[in-house]
Design a protein around this ligand. Structure first.
Ligand code: ZN
Length: 272
């Protein structure tokens, strides 16, 4: 099942193309729909699929107001290597403040000439989680969405390191086009992901290369904090970021970044 934010309300969506998808308004918000996911699933199964329409301008972030947004650094070996760092022994965790969230077809104003791309699988927490064993991690996940962990590299590295601020300018967390529930994915632990800038492929990897996989992240995070339905976890980016290139490359006004995850869809971010 695909759960979207259409016109600011939770909706079930059918189809793989946001330009021609069917939608059923659930008359509630994303977190409520996620808390009642089994009920929503049975409602969706009983519906006649409505005729498709173009949803691109109507889609917002699948979870527009999560209580918490976690993000993980250096969670792919090849990305840790390109930054010249050792892979960490525990997940390197920071937050993207929820005010940075935007939808799947957003225009984002670049605050400087040092903004970088990071395509990421984003976990949507399905059930309250505290002290969850790794073996039970999947049971606390509602589904996945596509995310970009946009990063202002100078702020990120300033004052020692302040990842959370450098990655939280307005629009720095585009997500979408919808949340796909785990049962709709052939293998939730192995999905192709990548991004392309004006058609040039910049990142291309698989989520099976995650150092700390999804159940492990749920276990590690919930060992410290309580996770709530609708919370997001940006799971880390694979190799190919701009700052690690020679010479470094960053996003420029007028460019369009397309981020893709197999079985979920694409998000398209345009920069001014
Ligand atoms: Zn990241």
């Amino acid at each position: 099942m695909q759960l979207a934010n259409v016109d600011g309300r939770a909706a079930v969506v059918w189809g793989s193309d946001p330009a021609a998808a069917s939608v059923h308004d659930l008359g509630t918000d994303a977190i409520d729909a996620i808390e009642r996911l089994d009920e929503v699933r049975s409602i969706a199964a009983s519906l006649e699929v409505p005729p498709p329409s173009d949803l691109r301008a109507r889609l917002g972030p699948p979870v527009p107001r999560p209580r918490q947004v976690f993000a993980i650094g250096l969670n792919y070996g090849a990305h840790a290597a390109e930054t010249g760092r050792e892979p960490p022994a525990i997940p390197a965790t920071f937050t993207k403040f929820p005010s940075a969230l935007t939808g799947p077809f957003a225009t984002v104003a670049l605050p400087s000439a040092h903004v970088d791309w990071e395509v990421e699988l984003v976990v949507v927490v399905g059930r309250e989680a505290h002290g969850v064993a790794e073996a039970d991690g999947w049971a606390h996940v509602a589904g996945f969405t596509v995310g970009q962990d946009l990063s202002e590299r100078r702020v990120q590295q300033a004052a020692g390191a302040q990842f959370s601020l450098g990655k939280s300018y307005a629009g720095f967390a585009p997500t979408g086009p919808w949340m796909v529930t785990l049962d709709a994915l052939a293998d939730p632990a192995d999905l192709a992901l990548g991004c392309a800038l004006d058609g040039e492929v910049l990142q291309n990897s698989r989520t099976s290369d995650l150092i700390f996989d999804v159940p492990r992240l749920v276990a590690e995070l919930s060992a410290v904090v309580t996770l709530w339905p609708g919370d997001l976890i940006f799971t880390g980016t694979p190799a190919g970021v701009g700052a690690a290139r020679t010479p470094p490359r960053f996003l420029q006004p007028g460019q369009t970044l397309v981020s893709t995850i197999e079985g979920i869809g694409i998000i398209e971010t345009t920069f001014t």
